[in-house]
Design a protein around this ligand. Structure first.
Ligand code: ARG
Length: 586
């Protein structure tokens, strides 16, 4: 019998299609519609017979039975049965599961085996993308953390990923800031960490001023226009500001393990927007409306009220103009087949209009339309359920937040593992603290708002990073104690049945990993993976408490060690895909 592939869902779907092809009851429109099943029904279920029979006016129960019998005659990996009105349920046999575990119990063995709709596609992931001239605050956490996880999922799923940090370095903030720098005569004579704070303060006072004083607003507007027209003094100042603020981002990226292939900010597209205006007018998509250049999407219910403004009435470019130029650049120069944008949900309308415009524009020019995805997310709230702020009502700086997480993790580790050396404690605290912040964010459905609560994320109970990191360290400890090299377990016995229900339950859970990843990738939602890892750790605990791993029977011991090894590999791989570091000891 051939060994099973890593991803069982696509394999089973393909097998069913092939078998159906050989049966006269089916034509090529039949889609087995295979999905992971609820645990009590099996590992997978195929729902497609019902829809197919409705269409072809056949009896679903008997058609399902025919397919079931044909499948059972050819395939020994699954026990199959017909249920309800014509569903097929599939449960992996012990034999098949053990065979799979023997092939896939170390994460190196997964590499290249997980295929997805993105396999071999070039995918740009646009994430983090903060605006310069300010430091990152808590509001910048989600795009960075979710984007990092998604780009890892995509890469694991076979995509050629390009990570692009589309920083906002060309917006109205510069008019205000330039005006204020000139007014106060600020000369940048301080170290960058201090300068970034000064700039922030200058921006705040400047922005306050423009709100109350129309004269100041006009000055700021003029400074921006000067910058955008290439004035040398303003351009030099602008470069200084960007350098300082990017250095402050870089410190956070390093700490969070985030790197980019490109940092092509909005300014990169400043000489590429003219071509967009021309192209969209040439294909009659854009027209002048009250002085501005706009695109209407009247057929679209939600976006139709507001036209998509792609050039302001004063001639200036805006967020939409640069984003259109960006899509063209990524598609033509970076050869991107797909783009994924990770921003907060308030930008949904912008992306809806952007994607519609791109589709019409590229179709008009007979160019292949890239696949465009927006992965929006909700807000980070304080404990009180309102937007999270410092006591003074200011946004919380990201670096402060991370420091506090690590400090709290340190306190917890000192309590839980007093025997670690001070050096180890510091390292563990850094991994646990940062991991906790990332995980708390990722484990929520990204669409919902979530409350940022240290007490809930930095504890060993529940669906938290410390709980999962501890589960990983515990399995390492099992191998250490037994003095067994986890990478070298050999299970070449001909044992092909589990001896307990808990072993079997763990194996079922392990084999579901690729299906869960497929779901997380399809929906671009990391929380599916979090939930799975949390459940896996629970199933492992049950197994470990019930079945002695070190047994007198070598066969059984080896199989149980294999289960431990596979659990470790899955937990580690899963956490790494989420962007967390893992520990061997804590
Ligand atoms: N700079 C924007 C912000 O802070 C996010 C940019 C997202 N990417 C894009 N291509 N529009 O909200």
């Amino acid at each position: 019998m051939n060994p099973l592939p890593f991803s069982l869902g696509p394999y089973l779907q393909g097998t069913l299609k092939n078998i159906a092809k050989s049966l006269p009851l089916f034509d090529e429109t039949f889609d087995p519609d295979l999905r992971p099943a609820e645990e009590r029904f099996g590992d997978f279920q195929a729902n497609g017979v019902l829809a197919y029979c409705k269409k072809t006016r056949q009896n679903p129960r008997s058609v399902a039975q025919t397919l079931c019998d044909a499948f059972a005659a050819q395939n020994e990996d699954f026990d199959v049965s017909v249920a309800g009105a014509g569903f097929l349920n599939f449960r992996l046999t012990d034999h098949a599961m053990i065979g799979w575990l023997r092939c896939f119990h170390a994460s190196e063995q997964y590499e290249g085996h997980f295929r997805s709709g993105f396999s071999d596609k070039t995918v740009v992931v646009d994430y983090s993308s903060p605006n310069t001239a300010k430091r990152m605050h808590v509001g910048h956490l989600r795009s960075m953390v979710i984007g990092e996880a998604l780009q890892r999922f995509l890469r694991f799923g076979g995509a050629k990923v390009i990570r692009d940090n589309h920083i906002g370095d060309w917006g109205t903030q510069f008019g205000i800031l330039l005006a204020e720098i000139k007014r106060t005569g600020y000369n940048f004579n301080e170290p960058p960490e201090v300068a970034v704070e000064t700039l922030e303060a200058l921006y705040q006072t400047g922005s306050q001023r423009t709100k109350t004083d129309p004269q100041a607003l006009e000055t700021a507007r003029k400074e921006l226009v000067k910058l955008q027209r290439g004035d040398t003094e303003n351009f030099a100042l602008w470069e200084k500001i960007n350098k300082i603020s990017y250095a402050s981002f870089e410190a956070i990226y390093q700490r969070m393990g985030v790197t980019f292939d490109y940092v092509l900010g909005e300014s990169f597209y400043r000489d590429k927007v003219e071509a967009v205006y021309d192209a969209l007018q040439a294909c009659a998509l854009a027209k002048i409306d009250q002085g501005a250049l706009v695109v209407f999407h009247p057929e679209h219910s939600r976006s139709c009220k507001q036209p998509f403004i792609i050039r302001k009435s004063d001639g200036a470019s805006n967020y939409a103009s640069t984003d259109l130029a960006t899509v063209a650049y990524r598609s033509e120069q970076l050869h991107a087949d797909a783009m994924v944008y990770v921003t907060d949900a308030r930008q949904c309308d912008h992306f809806e209009q952007l994607f519609l415009t791109v589709k019409k524009w590229f179709e008009a020019e007979k160019k292949p339309v890239p696949m465009l995805f927006h992965a929006p997310f909700g807000m980070v709230l304080g404990q009180d359920g309102k937007a999270i702020k410092t006591r003074e009502g200011k946004p919380i700086q990201l670096h402060q937040l991370l420091n506090e997480a690590v400090a709290r993790a340190h306190a917890l580790i000192c309590q839980k593992s007093p025997d670690l050396s001070p050096e180890e404690k510091r390292h563990v605290a850094e991994v646990v603290g940062l991991g906790a912040v990332k995980y708390a964010d990722l484990s929520q459905d990204r669409m919902s708002n979530y409350r940022f609560e240290f007490d809930k994320m930095i504890r060993f109970e529940g669906n938290t990073a410390p709980y999962l990191l501890y589960a990983v360290a515990r399995i390492h400890a099992i191998f250490r104690k037994a003095d067994i090299d986890a990478t070298k377990i050999k299970d070449d016995s001909d044992l092909n049945e589990f001896s307990t229900e808990t072993e079997r339950a763990l194996a079922h859970k392990l084999l579901a990993f690729p299906s869960i990843l497929a779901l997380a990738l399809q929906e671009l939602k990391p929380h599916h993976l979090c939930r799975y890892l949390y459940e896996l750790a629970g199933v492992f605990s049950t197994f470990y408490n019930a079945d002695k791993v070190l047994s007198e029977k070598t066969d059984i011991q080896n199989l149980r060690l294999l289960l431990c090894r596979a659990t470790l590999a899955t937990l580690e791989k899963g956490l790494h895909l989420l962007g967390l570091e893992t520990l061997e000891k804590m």
